[in-house]
Design a protein around this ligand. Structure first.
Ligand code: GDP
Length: 295
């Protein structure tokens, strides 16, 4: 869909070579190309600008002007810097605790319920955990049914309280239930709204206070681009979450939201969702995401 960034850089440096020695102005021009590629990949404008400024300093510091293959050097600097900005290493998830509690947050439709099921499945098989899923969406009965269906598919029990309209109580009771029944992992799925609203934020904040999770994860649809960044910021301001889950990366997004979110909220991205099926879940690998953003 997009011209690959390395191809773009090669093209601009080829043009430059015809003019003799590469100058700082030539580098600036090339960085404009980098910025354009980032914007095409849905990276937030401010983040893209800040990024290319850093790359410029690094490139000049490493004497790209006199490099034998300046385009290759630039591509490497851009790739390394992207990887670094997205956290460098793959982030871990904290599942220590008796039980460990993981709280989901995010807008409706972002993929919270699906991710809750995927995560339960993953931690059950990879870390031999005994998970309990908790349905806290008291507004949409369909959401509770959806979690029950997922639970059946992965053979993980789902805690519900029909008739109880208080999600804080349900979550607290679920943890007590987990303790009594020897579950060592509790995944709390919460209600989402179509847009951030005060009531929703108050509710999830109260759940967080009550259950004291090891991990509060913010789930966001990678396809929503710039909006994803704003939503992430609003949730982080209220919840101070521990990590981000980027869903729907199987779509045709280049994933620039990953870089923008990471830079704006400075919280690690921990997982990526890559499909509707329950095994379509991966840990987040910054270097791979850098490849994807660069195309
Ligand atoms: P919730 O409202 O936040 O709980 O969102 P859901 O878990 O119900 O997901 C909303 C829709 O997105 C559903 O149709 C899911 O199948 C779909 N979905 C969730 N994660 C992914 C993903 O990684 N890739 C794709 N393609 N679809 C996903």
């Amino acid at each position: 869909m997009f011209e690959n960034l390395s191809e773009r850089l090669e093209r601009s440096f080829k043009l430059l070579k015809g003019q003799g020695k590469i100058t700082e102005i030539n580098v600036a021009e090339t960085l404009k190309d980098v910025r354009r590629a980032l914007l095409d990949a849905d990276v937030n404008y401010k983040v893209a600008k800040q990024f290319t400024d850093t790359v410029k300093t690094k490139a000049l510091g490493r004497d790209v002007l006199n490099a034998v293959k300046p385009n290759e050097m630039m591509v490497k600097i851009v790739h390394d810097e992207l990887t670094e900005l997205m956290g460098g290493e793959t982030a871990q998830i904290n599942v220590q605790g008796q039980p460990a509690v993981i709280l989901m947050s995010g807008l409706q439709g972002s993929g919270k319920t699906t991710f809750s099921g995927k995560l339960a499945r993953k931690l059950k098989s990879e870390k031999a955990k005994r998970p309990l899923l908790v349905a806290c969406d008291v507004y949409r009965p369909a959401a509770i049914d959806q979690l029950k269906v997922l639970g059946e598919q992965i053979e993980v029990p789902v805690y519900t309280e029909e008739g109880n309209r208080n999600p804080v109580e349900i979550a607290s009771n679920a943890i007590q239930y987990a303790r009594q029944n020897h579950f060592d992992l509790v995944i709390v799925d919460t209600a989402g709204r179509l847009a951030v609203d005060e009531e929703m934020m108050d509710e999830i904040e109260a759940i967080k206070k009550a259950v004291k999770p090891q991990e509060t994860l913010f789930v966001v649809d990678a396809m929503t681009g710039q909006d994803a960044v704003n939503t992430a910021k609003e949730f982080n301001d209220r919840l101070d979450f521990d990590g981000v889950v980027l869903t729907k990366l199987d779509g045709d997004t280049r994933g620039g939201a990953a870089l923008s979110i990471r830079t704006v909220v400075t919280k690690p991205i921990k997982f990526v969702g890559t499909g509707e099926k329950l095994d379509a879940l991966d840990y987040f690998h910054p270097a791979r995401m850098a490849d994807r953003i660069l195309g």
